[in-house]
Design a protein around this ligand. Structure first.
Ligand code: HEM
Length: 244
């Protein structure tokens, strides 16, 4: 289908065809376009929300913030801020994971490809099923004090390079990027972007929470829960970032 038009790339092709065409082709292209846009904008908002929540949670917890700043300051001054250096920041990754754990309540959506029995419910083929990742992430059986902010909890758990419990484990343990057989394919990129953004913000700026949201909207959002009411941070440049 793409051969029939001039398009810069696949995304432009999908966008151009979203409101044109007829019948089955229109439906196919519309479905494709929505899927592409959903993936891109879902990734964008999840990544932005992860930056905002990790930053505000750290500012609200000075001890955790001090641990993260200490490991950033301990990096060699002339070290490039590459992926290898970023992965050594274990406290930062634990903080990222803890904020995502507390605020990841997005829905994982699946369509039943055949009639099936799910926990006693008879689901006909074509039924759409949504599961909230918050049920895994905030389950007291999986996380002691599950509603408390404790980034250090990951130290006592079996974790991967990103200080995250396995995302494919049975029983399920960490659902921020999905869990089980299908996962967020942008997960490594997301961690790289989060670290690349958060390191200079934490190293070079002082932060203060000016306004806290009234609540966090947690039920089946696109990925991470959203603040209800303003979340405002004030910043000023640190005089001279401490170095080890
Ligand atoms: C902290 C940031 C992010 C979070 C919390 C997140 C979370 C998720 C979740 C929960 C899913 C659904 C998985 C499922 O249905 O099984 C997903 C899917 C996906 N994400 Fe992310 N994501 C993030 C960042 C990114 C980034 C940066 C990219 C790439 C640019 C990306 C690309 C994708 C893709 C392509 C899928 C669809 C995978 C599939 O259905 O096979 N994500 N993400």
């Amino acid at each position: 289908m793409a051969d029939r038009g001039e398009h810069d790339d696949f995304l432009q092709f999908a966008i151009d065809h979203m409101s044109s065409g007829e019948g089955a082709e229109k439906d196919d292209i519309r479905w494709l376009g929505l899927r592409v846009l959903g993936t891109i904008f879902g990734a964008h908002t999840n990544t932005a929300m992860s930056v905002a929540s990790t930053l505000s949670d750290l500012v609200e917890h000075p001890e955790a913030l001090a641990r993260v700043r200490a490991e950033i300051a301990a990096l060699p001054a002339d070290a490039p801020m590459d992926l290898a250096a970023m992965r050594t920041l274990v406290h930062l990754h634990r903080a990222i994971n803890e904020s995502m754990r507390l605020r990841s309540n997005g829905g994982l959506w699946r369509m039943a490809m055949c009639d099936l029995d799910l926990g006693g419910y008879k689901l006909p083929k074509g039924t759409v099923v949504g599961a909230s990742m918050g049920l895994v992430n905030l389950d007291p059986a999986r996380y002691d004090g599950s509603h408390e902010y404790r980034p250090a909890r990951f130290e006592a758990m079996a974790t991967d390079n990103y200080q995250s419990p396995s995302v494919g484990s049975t029983p399920l343990q960490f659902g921020a990027f999905g869990t089980g057989r299908n996962l967020c394919s942008g997960r490594p990129l997301a961690y790289a972007m989060l670290a690349a953004i958060l390191v200079p913000l934490l190293r070079d700026y002082e932060w203060e929470v000016v306004a806290r949201p009234r609540r966090w909207f947690t039920l089946l959002t696109g990925g991470l829960s959203r603040p209800i009411g303003g979340l405002t941070l004030r910043y000023r440049r640190r005089a001279s970032p401490p170095r080890a």
